[in-house]
Ligand binder design. Structure first.
Ligand SMILES: [Zn+2]
Length: 199
């Protein structure tokens, strides 16, 4: 049950569980580095109930631990994206798992584009492309290791089409060959629809 009486969504339960893990991780990190000196006993606010009273990390160790956890989460997210795309999930499937569908809708973006932008540029659908994405010689890419060929793939903007976007598969990669075949078939279909003759 939530504070407002209804059953909690799976998403809310996942968040609550993650919050508890983070609080535990903060306390463990502070204890490892500072021992008992990293904690103080205080009420988080005046008149706080007994359950809130207790050991809390002192300000500087608290900030340092949270900052380290944040960096570690970003890195773990990068690994999870690499793992998912490397295993062959589509950007739609990745976007769905990341919970980007509603935000992509509101921003008039396909879920696939929203997921690729999130992986390549760390932005939500309603956020603009960051300047750095186009300020270097190479455009933004989502980077992952293909499980089929072990190639290190740097995947550019989906508008380029999968064949041009996916750079770095090893020669003879069966997965990339399938991508190329599907792409060719799609173009052939489009040409047939337009009444044109394929060369
Ligand atoms: Zn490959």
């Amino acid at each position: 049950m939530s504070l407002f009486g209804g059953p909690k969504t799976p998403q809310a339960e996942r968040y609550d569980a993650a919050r508890q893990e983070i609080v535990s991780a903060v306390n463990r990190l502070v204890a490892q580095e500072h021992g008992a000196a990293g904690f103080e006993v205080r009420d988080p606010y005046p008149g706080a109930g007994e359950i809130w009273r207790g050991r809390h990390a002192t300000p500087v160790p608290h900030l340092r631990a949270v900052r380290a956890l944040r960096s570690a989460v970003v890195e773990e997210e990068r690994r999870a994206l690499d793992n998912a795309r490397g295993a062959g999930l589509t950007w739609e499937e990745i976007g769905e798992a990341l919970g980007l569908a509603d935000a992509a809708d509101r921003a008039n973006q396909t879920l696939a584009l929203a997921a690729w932008r999130y992986a390549a540029m760390r932005v939500m659908p309603d956020e603009p492309d960051p300047e750095w994405a186009y300020s270097y010689r190479r455009d933004a890419t989502a980077d992952w290791r293909c499980r089929a060929c072990t190639g290190s793939v740097h995947e550019g903007h989906p508008d380029n089409g999968p064949v041009d976007a996916e750079r770095g598969h090893q020669p003879g990669c069966a997965r990339f060959a399938a991508v190329q075949a599907a792409w060719r078939a799609r173009w052939d279909d489009d040409e047939d629809d337009a009444g044109e003759v394929s060369p």
